[in-house]
Design a protein around this ligand. Structure first.
Ligand SMILES: Nc1nc2c(c(=O)[nH]1)N[C@H]1C(S)=C(S)[C@@H](COP(=O)(O)OP(=O)(O)OC[C@H]3O[C@@H](n4cnc5c(N)ncnc54)[C@H](O)[C@@H]3O)O[C@H]1N2
Ligand code: MOO
Ligand SMILES: [Mg+2]
Length: 418
């Protein structure tokens, strides 16, 4: 008699997995290599930005009070006593009646309290000396980027666990991080099982298919921020698979297997967990695809038994493995972020289980529309390429119609949620 499995709810399954989350450590990387990694420590402003009052324009640094009575009919004349470009500092105190030619980014000279743009003055020469004529009143503080207006010393600009995007890289450079503390990547093993599997470069043969899961999962691991370790693909032979799993488990932080988790004659993963002495956290989830997703734990280390069916494998990874990776990387929001969208076409298939339909978000006239993609079967591979969301359709309904509000899991998001 085939074992009858009891499905648990998706949220309960995530909770059971997350109870085993662990954090990685920190390593230092050259700033050039930090993009796409996750901060291993808080990024704190170590000084004010700007660090000195500076000019946001090419113009003249002046004393605003000098222009008190300036107008188009009564231009005020100021003597230009020097010139500074960005990187230079004017060495004297500006006196009433004086101006300094100043370029964008240069430090405001002492005594000056405003800048007037080059285009707004008339440059003249009197007795061989340069002067400017100002035809408007300038207020104190006009056109000055003040110390600390961008950010104040001590501000946490990006907490530990933040995804390092190009903007974060700019901050790292601003505060002098030649070496960046990043979270170490968890090493995640991948073992593909199935006697039908061919290598990527092998020609097709009757009854065989190429192993796509290993490469798909490796890419998913990288997208989530982990390091894939490919242990190869193996025939459905208990002893071989057991040895590979037992051996690989010692070399990685988490281990993923694909295939062999259902109830078929050659589905050896349940027996492998048993022989390993691993505790099975669940072996059936109330969802489609990926209902057979199994997670077991051995000495605190998680084994993700993902389905062999490509779409089920993909979904199982995003729901259960990805949050563990993000937690390992110190992310405060490890769960896949959700948004609501309007369903773009009917999805009439009723189902007792929650569905995670591969979909594509489209932004149309201020509305977010989610379109289901391709054939919705767990063994299809073609719909995965276009998917940037999983449309979560709750179970127990008669199907869904175009225009309904649906929840979508954002596959390309880096922020996550808790
Ligand atoms: N009697 C039952 N049969 C099945 C059940 C069930 O509850 N009772 N569950 C079905 C569901 S749902 C799924 S999903 C699959 C899960 O199967 P397994 O995880 O055991 O995986 P396999 O049997 O090894 O393979 C399934 C399918 O996927 C293809 N495959 C496997 N590995 C790869 C790979 N690396 N790359 C691409 N494709 C792969 C394999 O050829 C099979 O077609 O079980 C149902 N059956
Ligand atoms: O585990 Mo299956 O993906 O529900 O078809
Ligand atoms: Mg099977």
């Amino acid at each position: 008699m085939v074992e009858k499995r009891k499905p648990i709810k998706v949220d309960e399954a995530i909770k059971r997995v997350m109870a085993y989350q662990k954090s990685g450590s920190i390593e230092f990387l050259p700033i050039e290599e930090s993009f796409g990694r996750f901060l291993g420590d808080d990024l704190i402003a170590t000084h004010d930005v700007p660090f000195f009052n500076r000019s946001p324009y090419d113009g003249f640094a002046i004393i605003a009070a000098d222009t008190e009575h300036a107008s188009s009919t009564n231009p005020v004349q100021l003597e230009v006593v020097g010139e500074i470009g960005a990187g230079s500092v004017f060495p004297y105190m500006l006196q009433p009646g004086q101006a300094v030619r100043i370029m964008t980014g240069a430090a405001i000279p002492q005594g000056a309290d405003a800048v007037i743009m080059l285009e707004l003055v008339c440059e003249i020469e009197t007795d061989g000396k340069p002067f400017i004529q100002v035809r408007r009143k300038v207020k104190s503080g006009d056109n000055i980027s003040l110390i600390g207006e961008d950010t104040k010393k001590g501000t946490v600009l990006a907490p530990k666990g933040t995804y390092i995007n190009p903007g974060v890289v700019a901050l790292l450079a601003t505060f002098g991080y030649k070496q960046v503390p990043v979270s170490t990547k968890p090493a995640i093993g991948i073992i593909a099982t199935g006697s039908e599997l061919l290598k990527v470069d092998e020609p097709l043969q009757p009854g065989k298919i190429r192993n796509s899961n290993t490469y798909m999962v490796a890419a998913q691991i990288e997208r989530a921020g982990g390091k894939p370790v490919n242990f190869g693909q193996f025939n459905d032979d208990f002893d071989t698979c057991f040895r590979q799993v037992a051996d690989a488990l010692n070399k990685v932080d988490f281990l993923i297997t694909t295939g062999g988790v259902s109830v078929g004659d050659y589905d050896y993963l349940p027996a492998i967990y048993q022989k390993l002495g691993a505790e099975v956290l669940f072996n059936k989830v109330g969802m489609r695809p990926g209902s057979v997703t199994t997670v077991a734990v051995k000495d605190g280390k998680l084994l993700f038994g993902l389905s062999g069916n490509p779409s089920a494998c993909y979904v199982g990874f995003e729901l259960f493995t990805r949050p563990m990776i993000r937690a390992y990387l110190h992310c405060v929001n490890p769960i896949v972020k959700k948004t609501t969208a309007t369903l773009g076409s009917d999805f009439p298939k009723p189902n007792p289980f929650d569905r995670f339909v591969r979909g594509r978000l489209s932004f149309e006239n201020g509305k977010i529309i989610a379109y289901p993609i391709g054939l919705d079967k767990s063994n299809v591979v073609s719909s995965l390429a276009e998917a940037n969301v999983l449309i979560n359709l709750p179970g127990g309904t008669r199907g869904f119609t175009k225009g309904m509000e649906v929840s979508c899991l954002l596959l390309e998001d880096q922020e996550g949620e808790s």
